[in-house]
Design a protein around this ligand. Structure first.
Ligand code: MIC
Ligand code: SF4
Length: 643
């Protein structure tokens, strides 16, 4: 029996465990990336490990999230990251150079390599045949230090693509179709592998749109083969030397198969407030819109921007609509400036933003109250835009641009013939905004710059004999990391200051959580299914740690958040019987006796609800390594104990 592409790359990087699905495996990591909102913590953790130089083939620190710089905090963080990078062997992509995933694809990604990044959309790299996985900052720090990265050996889903996209139907519609079929929980524990005749009709940026938004399936990652199209892309970036052809064996066996005929797809939108709430444009009808935002790591490549410019040419943005455009990288923006497309956008009335995450993470451009905003982004969680009742629809750039002109949701297929948009033979390559690190022998000459915004991360204690604590909060299904620690222009600058950012912990669900948790001293949080979906931000574990949360009991967890909880020394458990969720209320006193012994000996943990006088069971499935981490009180203590 042949191997899937996922199995080939994973087994070539396997350093611990066996390729048995559902068991923990350890893999060697070739490349890492960080962005600034998660980067300060990751580099503080890296420093704490005491490794002088990164041991990866390539590590890159990007500045793309906190670029508003209102107040000294963001720039303090940027200077800290820039100086740590220079000292310890990390390339530094300066603010203005672009969104981490877009730039990494253009300038650093290598087919067949492994990449982890402290950002959940790291799977963008799957567009050129990498195994690229989103992870918590602490895992990235360990990988930079040459440590192994652990995942559950994934199931592999084959998405068989046939046919060819119709004019004005986009790669975004492909991933929206996958989300419609599999849902935001459908990818948990799986890698989504794209195969079939339809693959060769998709360019690398189109593939990257699909793998990028595979994060919204909860998947470990998504991957495309590396083929002639990949070669042409790398060649146009002047990097054809890193090309290797890669694909699954013809007789590879998959755990699931999904078939998509590209020719049958139509323009679609993910409706408020979930990326899997999919409707076609026809179903939605000509809905009046208030705002359009084009950009983000999902849809901001040159070809997409060229289509947008074509649609805007000679037109004016509808008077009731605000249109913003953020090209994904300096390369894209410079090429648009050179070929005249930028002038077309400006003439049409687009508000052109710097190449950064911007509105995608609530850094400006929040819609009006109750406003309907079409965005080419990947997440439309409630409140993420910065407007609590904003109605966010996730769409393709083509649909977004056509609608910005019309003022109502518009099927781009009504635009008439679509011209051929060919990939340039040469991209404009200028890496002047990527600062290389100093040589190892010169590292002592670099001073690490720490502003007053940068506070040490909270420390955790080894696991106690018994946990006896009240429930500080009970929440429902699909709680996102946005609920746990919101982002946006006001809160993002506090990412390096856990005590300060903790004031916003769960504030979206319950404003009194912070004070109550502190008053309780130690507590337990109860959640529903898919708890912690969304971002990789480890602040969603570090803030609860700081506030004394000892355990989180839910119906199920999202992958990255669960790993972050374990790294922070907080015990994640699931209800053995989901009906017990309904029998527990906030303020109930729960006791978990002999916790370490229970975890050592069984996958079933007994918990007593002292307030209501009943016992219930929780399930855990920790690897031996995870158990040791939890006993030690998290990854940092565990690493220190083992050195
Ligand atoms: C996101 O899109 O939610 C973010 C902001 O990029 C996060 C990272 C973060 O919270 O800093 C992610 O996707 O991991
Ligand atoms: Fe940035 Fe948005 Fe992409 Fe996250 S999803 S990396 S905030 S552009």
């Amino acid at each position: 029996m042949g191997l899937t592409l996922t199995e080939k790359i994973l087994s070539a990087h396997l350093v611990e465990g066996e390729m048995i699905k559902g068991t923990e495996i350890g893999i060697r990591i070739d490349q890492t990336l960080t962005q600034d909102a998660t980067g300060t913590m990751a580099y503080l953790e890296f420093e704490a490990m005491g490794v002088p130089r990164v041991k990866t083939e390539r590590s890159v620190a990007y500045i793309d999230h906190n670029t508003l710089q209102n107040g000294f905090m963001n720039m303090d963080d940027h200077r800290f990251i820039g100086s740590v990078a220079k000292k310890h062997g990390i390339y530094f992509s300066r603010p203005g150079n672009g969104i981490c995933h877009q730039v990494h694809l253009e300038r650093f990604g290598v087919p067949g390599k492994t990449l982890i990044g402290s950002d959940s959309h790291t799977p963008t790299g799957g567009g050129i045949g990498m195994i690229a996985i989103g992870a918590g900052g602490m895992d990235v720090a360990v990988a930079m230090g040459g440590g192994t990265y652990y995942i559950t050996c994934p199931k592999v889903v084959k998405v068989e693509l046939t046919g060819k996209l119709q004019p004005w139907v986009a790669a975004k519609d492909v991933i929206l179709e996958v989300l419609k079929r599999l849902s935001v929980k459908g990818g948990v524990g799986k890698v989504i592998e794209y195969c079939g005749e339809g693959v060769k009709t998709l360019s690398v940026p189109e593939r990257a749109t699909i793998t990028n938004m595979g994060a919204e399936l909860g998947a470990t990652t998504s991957i495309f083969p590396s083929d002639e199209v990949t070669y042409q892309f790398l060649k146009a970036q002047g990097r054809e030397d890193v090309y290797t052809p890669l694909s699954a064996d013809f007789d590879a066996e998959y755990d699931e198969v999904v078939e998509i005929n590209l020719s049958e797809l139509v323009p679609m939108a993910a409706c408020p407030h979930s990326p899997d709430n999919i409707k076609s444009v026809a179903e939605l009808g000509p809905m009046k819109i208030d705002q359009v935002c084009i950009g983000s790591c999902t849809n901001s490549s040159l070809m997409e921007m060229m289509k947008v410019a074509h649609i805007l040419k000679g037109k004016t943005v509808h008077p009731d609509v605000s249109l913003s455009i953020a090209p994904g990288s300096k390369q894209v923006l410079s090429m648009l400036a050179e070929n005249g497309a930028l002038a077309i956008m400006l003439e049409a009335g687009a508000r052109v933003l710097e190449s950064a995450c911007g509105p995608c993470i609530g850094m400006g451009q929040s819609p009006n109250s109750g406003g309907i905003s079409l965005r080419t982004f990947n997440r439309n969680f409630e409140g993420r835009s910065g407007t609590a009742d904003g109605q966010i629809y996730l769409v393709s750039p083509e649909l977004a641009a056509a609608s910005a002109i019309a003022g109502v949701l518009t099927d781009p297929r009504t635009l008439g013939d679509m011209p051929e948009f060919a990939m340039p033979e040469k991209f404009l390559v200028n890496d002047n905004m990527i600062v290389p690190p100093v040589k190892a022998e010169d590292m002592d000459s670099v001073e690490v710059l720490r502003g007053p915004n940068i506070k040490p991360f909270p420390t955790s204690e080894p696991m106690p004999e018994e946990i006896s604590a009240k429930v500080s909060l009970k929440v429902g299904d699909n709680i996102t990391t946005e609920h746990i620690i919101p982002a946006g222009a006001k809160i993002l600058p506090l990412r390096s200051n856990i005590p300060e950012i903790s004031k916003y912990c769960f504030a979206v669900c319950d404003e009194s959580f912070h004070d109550r948790a502190l008053e309780m001293g130690k507590s337990i949080v109860i959640g529903g299914s898919n708890y912690g979906q969304g971002s990789s931000r480890e602040h969603a574990a570090l803030a609860p740690l700081y506030l004394g949360v000892k355990a989180v009991i839910t119906k199920s967890f999202a992958r990255i958040h669960m790993a972050n909880l374990i790294n922070a020394g907080i015990i994640p458990m699931t209800f053995a019987n989901e009906a017990d969720y309904d029998r527990i209320d906030a303020n109930d006193e729960l006791t978990i006796p002999n916790i370490a012994e229970q975890i050592r000996n069984s996958d079933v943990i007994k918990v007593t609800n002292v307030t209501k006088g009943f016992d219930f069971e929780c399930s855990v499935s920790f690897s031996d390594r995870q158990k040791e981490m939890l006993y030690a009180g998290g990854l940092l203590n565990y690493t220190k104990n083992n050195n």
